[in-house]
Design a protein around this ligand. Sequence first.
Ligand SMILES: Cc1cc2nc3c(=O)[nH]c(=O)nc-3n(C[C@H](O)[C@H](O)[C@H](O)COP(=O)(O)OP(=O)(O)OC[C@H]3O[C@@H](n4cnc5c(N)ncnc54)[C@H](O)[C@@H]3O)c2cc1C
Length: 404
Amino acid sequence: MSRIAIIGAGITGVTTAYALARRGFNVTVYERHRYAAMETSFANGGQLSVSNAEVWNHTATVLKGLRWMLTRDAPLLLNPSPSWHKYSWMGEFLRQIPNYRVNTIETVRLALAAREHLFSIAEREDIQFDLERRGILHIYAHRKDYDAAARVNVLLREGGLDRYAVGANEIGLIEPALQGQFYGGFFTPSDSTGDIHKFTRGLADACVRRGVEFRYDTSIDSIKQGGDGHFTIDATNAGARNVDVFQQIVVCAGVGSRAFGAMLGDRVNVYPVKGYSITVCLDDEQSRRAAPWVSLLDDKAKIVTSRLGVDRFRVAGTAEINGFSRDIRADRVTPLVEWTRRLFPEVSTARVIPWAGLRPMLPRMLPRVGRGKRPGVFYNTGHGHLGWTLSAATAESLAQAIET
Ligand SMILES: Cc1cc2nc3c(=O)[nH]c(=O)nc-3n(C[C@H](O)[C@H](O)[C@H](O)COP(=O)(O)OP(=O)(O)OC[C@H]3O[C@@H](n4cnc5c(N)ncnc54)[C@H](O)[C@@H]3O)c2cc1C
C-alpha cells in the first residue's frame, strides 16, 4: 500500500491522519515539536463557533481596521513595514470583498458539517476535552453595532444556522455572571467550546491505536519529488538526518504551509495573523462562581471566551499583521485582562497565563483543501480564525479526495 506523509500535528494534521487511518491508509505524521498541538492549536479561543463564520473581507471591516491602526490598544495591529508576503496577501484579501457573501455562507455550511464529525469522533474515541455545549452569545453595547450584526445574522441563517436575537434581559438570563449594560445580542444554542490542545492530543493517541506513526521532534528541511513521482522527505531529528520516501504528501503545516507549497510547486499564500489568549486560573471559589459558563463573543472588542472546566477561563482576541514573531507583548495582553476585570469584576486575575499564536490565514479566509498541481500533493491548511471549528470537516473532504 502507498505511504502518506502528513506535515504537521496541529488540529488539521491530526484530524487528517485520523480520517485517513479510518480508511485504512498507511500514515506517518511529521511534527517538529515533542508533542501534538504545540503551536496554533495550543491555547486558542476554544470556540466551536459556526456563529463566527463571517469572513472579514468586507469594506466596513477594512475601514474599521484602518481606524484601528491609529489606536494603540485596538484589536487589530498592522505593522506597515515593507514585505512582499504581507502586501501580496493584503491585496488578495481586498480582491475577495465581492465574494464576502458567498464565502460567509460556505463557511457556515462547512462549520455545521464539522460539528457533527467532531462530536462523533470524541464519542467514538472517548476524548475528554472540557466540551461545553451551552451555546455562544454575541454581545453588543450599542445599537449601531447590533444593527450591523443583524445583517450578518441573515447570512448565517441562510447558511443553515439556528441563531436568534436576544434583548438585554435575555442576555442576563442566558449568562447571569456577565456584568455591564448591553443593547442586545445574538444567541446560538447549538455552538459549543472545548480545549483544542486536549482534543488534539487525545486524537493523536487514537491515531496511534489505529496504526499511525508520529515522528515528533522531527523538523522537515526539504521535500523532493523523483522521476518516479515519489517524494523524498529530508528531516532532522535530535541533530540526526532522517530521510524517507512516500507516495503522497499532505501539507497541514499551519503558517509553515506557504513554504511547503513553494517546495511542491503550489502558491499557498498563508499569512500568520497573530492573536493572543489569556487563561485565567480560577483558583478560588468566588472566581469559579463569578466566571461565565456560556461562551461569549464581544464583537466590538473582538474577544471570545470559553470556560474550560471548573478552574480555567480562556479569553482570546486581537489580530496582528506583523510577520512570524510569537513574542508575547504586555501591551497586547493587558486589554484582555482589563476586559475580564470589567465584565467579570469578581474573577481574580492574580494568575493569568498569556499565550500568542499565529492563525494560518488565506486571503479568502476559507481553507485550501484538496489536490496540488503535482500528482500526490494535497493540502488541508489555511483555516485562519476557525481551524478548531472547521478541521473535522476538512479532514473528511481531504481523505475523500485521496481515496478517489
Ligand atoms: C488567539 C487565537 C484564537 C483562536 N480562537 C479560535 C477559536 O475560538 N475557534 C476556532 O475555531 N479557531 C480559533 N483559532 C484558530 C485555530 O486555533 C487555528 O486555525 C488552528 O489551530 C490551526 O491549526 P493548524 O493545524 O493549521 O496549525 P498548527 O496548530 O500551527 O499546526 C501546524 C503544525 O505544523 C508543524 N510544522 C510546521 N512546519 C514544520 C516542519 N518544517 N517540520 C515539522 N513540523 C512542522 C508545526 O510545528 C505545527 O505543530 C484561534 C487562533 C488564535 C491564534
